[in-house]
Design a protein around this ligand. Structure first.
Ligand SMILES: [Zn+2]
Length: 279
């Protein structure tokens, strides 16, 4: 009897430890996934000053999983997995999209399924960020109400990209109008950076070794836009974009953080790729 009670105790103790070990890290980790790339035939759209006239640009489209002791946050979802394996990619206007590996298969490599992820936040609604959003419709979606309204307006519903995120309409939703300290310990903060779209968001992390990291969504598309404060022609609000740049840059200077430009391989391409992670 004594042996069996001890065995039962050990079984539950070990099972508990195993579950905690796979599901809950002891500290914050940032996983970066290859969630497609976009070749843009006319880079001119990325500055309303005309500096990029006649150029093209290759952008990468990473997406991210932040693992925190009290939950997981998916940040952006990349280009749609439905394009995976298409050698010629998919062309729409000046954009050609390619996907090599699905998000789901990359999450599986680190032992995570989409339905286990507690939170989803998109930097913004564009299809190179929301391409797999439906996968996370079971998560709690963190969104600015202006962005949400923009995503579900009549005109957006008729767009090709709508199919990729339409299931978020009925997702459990956390509407935020200010910055959100998600786990109330300052390590994962969703920040309001409107301008590119009505409710564009950025993410600030504090990692135990790497320190303060900003994932800036499409506040900047390439390094030169940050250096010269260039505003894309298709941004929703130019003045708001510049204010958001100022807010992030002053926040970053105080905290001595590192800003990641998601679409620029010279920036986000230096992050460790899953299954490796930044900690
Ligand atoms: Zn983008």
């Amino acid at each position: 009897m004594r042996v069996s009670i001890l065995s039962a105790f050990l079984f539950f103790a070990l099972a508990g430890a195993a579950a905690a070990g796979t599901k809950r890290p002891d500290w914050v980790k940032l996983y970066t996934f290859d969630c497609g790339r976009v070749t843009v035939a006319d880079k001119d759209i990325y500055s309303d000053g005309g500096e990029y006239e006649g150029q093209s640009v290759d952008l990468i489209a990473p997406c991210f999983l932040v693992r925190h002791p009290r939950g997981d946050l998916m940040w952006d979802t990349g280009v749609s997995d439905t394009l995976a394996g298409r050698a010629d990619g998919f062309t729409s206007g000046i954009f050609t999209f390619h996907v090599e590996q699905t998000v789901e298969s990359q999450l599986a490599q680190i032992g995570v399924t989409p339905d286990e992820i507690e939170y989803l936040a998109l930097s913004h609604w564009h299809s190179d960020h929301s391409g797999n959003a439906n996968l996370f419709a079971g998560s709690t979606w963190i969104v600015n109400p202006n962005e949400r309204a923009h995503m579900f307006r009549d005109e957006a519903r008729e767009g090709r990209g709508f199919q990729y995120y339409k299931e978020l309409e009925s997702a459990r939703t956390m509407r935020i109008t200010g910055n959100l300290d998600l786990f109330r310990d300052g390590t994962v903060v969703v920040m309001q950076t409107p301008g590119h779209t009505p409710g564009h968001l950025s993410l600030r992390l504090i990692l135990p070794k790497a320190g303060t990291i900003y994932l800036s969504g499409d506040l900047y598309h390439v390094e030169e836009n940050r250096t010269h404060r260039r505003v894309p022609r298709f941004n929703h609000d130019r003045a708001a974009t510049l204010s958001s740049m100022d807010a992030i840059e002053s926040n970053l200077a105080i905290r001595k953080g590192r800003l990641i430009i998601q679409h620029d391989a010279r920036s986000s391409g230096t992050l460790p790729r899953a299954p490796e992670y930044l900690e």
